[in-house]
Design a protein around this ligand. Structure first.
Ligand SMILES: CCCCCCCC(=O)SCCNC(=O)CCNC(=O)[C@H](O)C(C)(C)COP(=O)(O)OP(=O)(O)OC[C@H]1O[C@@H](n2cnc3c(N)ncnc32)[C@H](O)[C@@H]1OP(=O)(O)O
Length: 224
């Protein structure tokens, strides 16, 4: 089965101009989400703000994309990730994370999670921890330029992850044919809060793209 991408030949300057428009808007909506969980104004102000939001929704609803953002670009298009819930330029649900990676199969990000991500009191929701780990593992595995999807993700929550400034690190451990074994952890002020093991799988539909050598076990390297 082919990926459901629609051809997107938007030029880089047009993409950059589009990002300049959407980035500040998305930041403002993210602040709106924060205000939604933190504001302590009275009922009249809440109702007035609701009317303002509904007016904005009417304006934005005048035109809609015919596909999701992820489906709207070719494989190389940066716009594909704009709707991503961890890193997306156009997704206010995303914290967002800026993820760095290197070709050796490591990825990392320093990020901040506020009250919109709370699970237990003062702590990050476990599903959000998992979301972030999965994404950054994807960057570590993807740094080897290998299309692969999370097959199995196991997380041990060592202790609560406090809201605030955090770091996530992920790394490829080894390859076994179409399986890529990887690890990750989230670091809080007092050390690791969650530790993960994952198996990524090169999907059947991408296997004909396997470069020579990846088919054999290749311990400790993401280079293919
Ligand atoms: C920019 C970065 C973005 C990153 C985003 C973060 C990454 C993600 O969240 S991806 C989304 C979440 N993951 C998914 O939706 C995956 C859903 N699952 C699938 O699509 C498929 O089951 C898939 C691709 C994992 C495997 O399917 P398929 O390619 O048909 O595998 P298949 O040929 O049956 O099996 C190949 C090998 O993998 C193993 N395997 C298959 N599925 C799994 C699995 N889920 N876990 C572990 N091993 C598996 C098989 O046992 C087999 O091993 P062996 O060769 O030793 O017998």
């Amino acid at each position: 089965m082919a990926w459901p991408y629609v051809a997107d030949d938007t030029s880089d300057p047009l993409l950059a101009a589009d990002a300049e428009v959407w980035q500040p808007f998305t930041d403002a909506v993210r602040e709106l989400v924060d205000a939604c969980v933190q504001s302590d104004v009275d009922a009249d102000d809440v109702r007035a703000a609701q009317a303002d939001v509904e007016a904005a929704l009417a304006r934005l609803g005048k035109a809609r994309l015919s596909t999701t953002l992820g489906q709207s670009g070719t494989v190389g298009s940066r716009r594909r990730a704009w709707g991503n819930p961890v890193i997306g330029v156009r997704n206010p649900i995303a914290p967002p994370l800026h993820v760095d990676s290197d070709p050796a199969g490591r990825a990392w990000s320093d990020f901040h999670l506020g009250p919109a991500y709370e699970g237990p009191p003062g702590l990050v929701h476990g599903g959000v921890v998992s979301l972030i780990i999965d994404q950054v593992l994807g960057h570590a595995v993807g740094a080897g330029r290998q299309p692969a999807m999370t097959g199995t993700l196991t997380i041990r929550y060592e202790r609560g992850t406090p809201l605030g400034d955090l770091r996530v690190e992920a790394w490829v451990e080894r390859r076994e044919g179409v399986k890529i074994h990887a690890g990750a952890h989230v670091l809080g002020p007092d050390g690791p809060t969650a530790v993960a093991e994952a198996v990524f799988i090169v999907p059947r539909r991408f296997r004909d793209q396997l470069s020579d050598g990846i088919g054999a076990a290749d311990q400790g390297s993401t280079q293919g």
